[in-house]
Design a protein around this ligand. Structure first.
Ligand code: 13P
Length: 250
């Protein structure tokens, strides 16, 4: 049985005072009966204040990106060990905004995934096709290429109890969410790829859906057999809305 996971990706929003309020709001508002694992991913400068508010509670901390290299002369970068030191347990890698706006290739994403794993973090690997790719019928080919790059570079151990997030680019920040059936179709495909490679391991990998998830559409998405939770952008900036989504996930 996979425990559901809901992660809030705050992206580049807010000041430390908002981060403190939001983290405390989620910590205090999460109902005791919510069985999901809940993670907040603030921007780097807000990690300390969020870590402070979440300390000792059940909400975990994550980052939005990590450097693929070890500590050293890499101006502007943040290492996996620094994230652990800041209190992170998770890190998002390969978000489509990093791929499209900052030129992250499949190879860089694979190296980030492995580095995160080596430092003891759980990477949340983002995959997903653009609108053009979906319309051209290339969704499976794109997702397979993105997943295979990481699987081949990192190997079976790195995927044990891994987390993958299917985030169709056309659904991110657009209000146009994938239908539950579209999400299930791609999630099942991702699991079949993992299963073909590593058998039983695939059933333990959590596959999250991301892209315009709100409290109003989360329940149907989360009811799909291969949707194990969500990676939430805009709706994670409102503590009450985010908590409602968490409560719907299990
Ligand atoms: P939205 O929920 O704002 O569409 O963002 C999704 C996302 O990119 C999460 O990583």
């Amino acid at each position: 049985m996979r425990r559901s996971l809901v992660a809030g990706n705050w992206k580049m929003h807010g000041r430390s005072s908002n981060a403190a309020r939001l983290a405390a709001g989620v910590r205090d508002g999460l109902p005791a009966e919510c069985g999901a694992e809940v993670v907040l991913c603030p921007p780097f400068p807000h990690l300390p204040v969020a870590a402070d508010r979440l300390e000792g509670g059940r909400v975990r901390l994550g980052a939005q990106d990590v450097c693929e290299r070890e500590d050293g002369a890499h101006t502007g970068e943040v290492s996996a060990e620094m994230l652990v030191d800041a209190g992170c347990a998770f890190v998002i890698v390969g978000h489509s905004e990093r791929r499209s706006l900052y030129g992250e290739t499949d190879d860089v994403v694979a190296r980030k995934y492995l580095r995160a794993r080596q430092a003891g973090l759980t990477p949340i690997l983002c995959l997903g096709e653009s609108l053009g790719e979906r319309e051209a019928g290339s969704t499976r080919r794109v997702v397979e290429r993105q997943l295979t790059a990481v699987a081949e570079h990192c190997g079976e151990e790195a995927f044990r109890s891994g987390v993958v997030a299917y985030e169709p680019v056309w659904a991110i920040g657009t209000g146009r969410t994938a239908t539950p059936e579209q999400a299930q179709d791609v999630h099942a495909f991702i699991r079949s790829l993992l299963s073909a490679r590593w058998g039983e391991l695939a059933s333990g990998v959590r596959i999250l859906y991301g892209g315009s998830v709100k409290a109003g559409n989360a329940e149907r998405l989360f009811s799909m057999p291969d949707v194990d939770g969500g990676l939430i952008g805009g709706a994670s900036l409102d503590a009450d809305e985010f908590i409602r989504i968490c409560a719907l996930s299990g």
